[in-house]
Design a protein around this ligand. Sequence first.
Ligand code: FAD
Length: 408
Amino acid sequence: MRGMCQSMSYRSNRGAEMKDRYDVIVVGAGPAGSIAAKTIATHGLDVLMIEKRQEIGDPVRCAEGVGKPQIKKHIKPDERWIAAEVRGSRIFAPDGTMVELSEDLSGAEVGYVLERKVFDRALADEAALAGAEISVKTRATDLIIKDGFVKGITALHIGGEQKIHADIVIGADGVESKIGRWAGINTTLPASGIETCAQFLVADIDIDQDRCEFYLGSTIAPAGYAWVFPKGERCANIGLGISGDVHAARPVDLLKNFVRTRYNDGKIIEFVVGGVPTSGPLEQTVASGLMLAGDAARQSDPLTGGGIINAMDAGKIAGDVAAHAIEEEDVSRARLQEYEAGWRDAFGKKMNRSLAVKNRFVTLSDDDLNKLAQSVEGADFSTVDLFGLLVTLVRKNPRILWSLRKMF
Ligand code: FAD
């Protein structure tokens, strides 16, 4: 088998030189960008993907949990990037009441815990193998816009600035995205629309390697949750996220407290902070000559904060639409609406539902959360998904979840 880094040493940008023109430029080599670049290259188009960091996938700002069936749509599972395979999940209410989800249920949500440093590189590698050019340590600093159409980017690469033209630019530049704003799209995230997170990779701890755990409660993670995702060999990602409008505590202090009370003997070998958009998607994700995908389009799930799969799905749809639009020589905003409609059709409805559930859950007291957990404690959830669990919760707790009754 061909080694993963063999093609990462690349061909990528032909000795660090980029051309002045491509069919498509993809900004950002995360899951959205790499899938978009691979899709476009597979259509036979000339595509450049740039990444501002010097190493794709590093540093990791992610708990690395993904659903098994969803990931398999995009890439063949490979043990090099699967850190752990879990068989279920446990959710703990503030009073410790546990709801246990089986593999069938939680496998669709968190079935693999990835090694994202390797995973993101594997995705970029597939894009390169399909024919995409890749340039690391290359930052988009502006867009070239003419007659209302995005026509390319200005990029800073190892000290030098270069204008690069393209028929379409795909902004896959993550939560801190600037591409959309440069194109005149309102990408403002209200404080309540971002979950601020802190995470430790903790070694040498006793945890159940077969299960992901989630902890709720105002003293643990106000308007958010804490997670423990096993990474194999007595190691786990232990983190938490709280709503950006909670100012009473800092995520890192809450996390230290969480780890101290539960895993005091563990050794912290990595620390990351980061934000996940939980606002629901942007109203508009296209402009003439431009599409936004992944966290740049705020496509992460507002309830769980999971964004890897939606980013990949959006990257695929954006890649296909880009290829067809270029073939038809029409990259107007009207033509690119096919992308807007496509991703909304694929997962927009689920996102809207998650947003409604999140908006209700962040207002619940610890007492309400305990009651919800107690109402389904010991129930058999082996044949339902997260939607099914929520249906049961709404049915059993009409008073607490009244506002969600029409949705479930
Ligand atoms: P990213 O993966 O963020 O990639 C964007 C890339 O663009 C980056 O590499 C960045 O360096 C690059 N870039 C930015 N600006 C420029 C520029 N100007 N020029 C060039 N390159 C640029 N999701 C899950 O599914 N499961 C989880 O368990 C999970 N846990 C999380 C835990 C934490 C603490 C956080 C912060 C997030 C978590 N997420 C999780 C969310 C997930 O990480 C993101 O949704 C996902 O990475 C989005 O992919 P993306 O391709 O849109 O963006």
